[in-house]
Design a protein around this ligand. Sequence first.
Ligand SMILES: *[C@@H]1O[C@H](CO)[C@@H](O)[C@H](O)[C@H]1NC(C)=O
Ligand SMILES: *[C@@H]1O[C@H](CO)[C@@H](O)[C@H](O)[C@H]1NC(C)=O
Length: 454
Amino acid sequence: MSSPRSTLLWGVLVPPLVALYFVYTLQLHVIVPELTDIKEYPGLFLKVFFYVFKPPLGSAGYEDLFQKIRSGDTREPFVRHVVAVGDLHGDLPNARKVLQFSGVTDDFGNWTGHADFFVQTGDIIDRGDDTIALFDWMDALRGQAAATGGSVLTHLGNHEWMNVIGVSELKAFSTVIIFTTFATGDWRYVYPTEIKTFGTSAARQKMLSTGRIGRSWAMNYTTTSRLPLHPSLGPPNTPFPPESKELHYQKEDSELDISYYYSTNEPLSHSAISFVHGGLSPTYGGLTPFPSRINELSDSLLRKLQHRVQPPPHPPNRYPGLPLSATQAEIELYQANGPLWYRGWATDPEEKVCVDVEKVLAKTGTRRMVMGHTPDFEGIVARCSGKIIIIDTGISHAYGGVLSALSIHYTLTPVGNHEEQRWVEKEVVSALYPDRQEVLVVDEREVVGDFRAS
Ligand SMILES: *[C@@H]1O[C@H](CO)[C@@H](O)[C@H](O)[C@H]1NC(C)=O
Ligand SMILES: *[C@@H]1O[C@H](CO)[C@@H](O)[C@H](O)[C@H]1NC(C)=O
């Protein structure tokens, strides 16, 4: 190891560079004025240093770095990665595959830390036997994620609600029922073999109401969520609009001024995504403040259902329905136009959804909305330039669709000199499949402001 190059390195170059390192990090030139001159030539020394060590950045990367050091720019690029998965329907092995190929978990089903957020949009239960294992796994991941600074956002789908409303054993299972049944709420989709995993029907009912799974639903699950892509917007589910803002659109929906919330002072105000099981209908009355209004109704309705005397099984008994104490708003939450059952974003024609979506995005303070519930067995569906994304691809073997996950890479990168406060905000939205990856949308815009992550 005594080539001329390493002699040069260790004997001649390293000592002054180490000295320089201390001058900078300890700000020694402040106390020792003679060092000020050295401070004037950081670029030269750094160039020599990087030439010798050839670290893994392209030369353009170093030019940027020198530029930043010279200008005193301390802005850091910000990166966030979100992975979302749709309906899992009782199939743990397929769910494990999806989280693994999307990088959320490793071979053992443990959190890897590669995603900052993992989102599941509901319908974990029914049509398969792995109900208990799936809900336990979600809670295990939630704990592992929290330990590494990540988060798991889980949602209640119409099937979780059906189970907590009604009770029965499966009498018939037909695809006709799956696709045509309107929201009545019951246990028609529960497999007898799945009930055995709980022991008895009564044990199952208990576990989903006041037992382990029911308590986790009440505490760790919401009906919808708003996930800000940049931390300057607050943690997930910070209500939008902020309380200080006037809700003028509530008076007359047609007067909605979409530009209203895109204030030039807050260019990131809508840098967020909504998640829900069914869909946020444009005519649903409880959209704002988002997501708190929906989630408060969801919490109160769930509490009423879980703590009532559990009704006898349906079928054969009559459909128990919502409790008499349910309010009108809680009833609407569970109706066809509510967030658990709405299918308009999947079924309505392009001209209609691409107009309607703007209103909902403006109201909910988001750039795109992601939902499950309406399956497409070929793959993830993106409509209106990715403002509507439907991620139910029939992952469970009960459907035999494709395994899929949605991936969103968000970056906010400083550009120009720091006085200009210019940043490039970018979202790359992709559909991930076991054997391929498909970029659905790349959105890029320049924003101006002071956006520090902390
Ligand atoms: C990983 O998963 C296994 C099996 O689920 C579990 O026993 C183990 O504790 C997990 N490891 C960590 C680091 O959480
Ligand atoms: C919610 O999730 C956490 C983290 O996994 C878990 O420890 C806790 O038991 C869950 N809450 C309930 C009520 O189950």
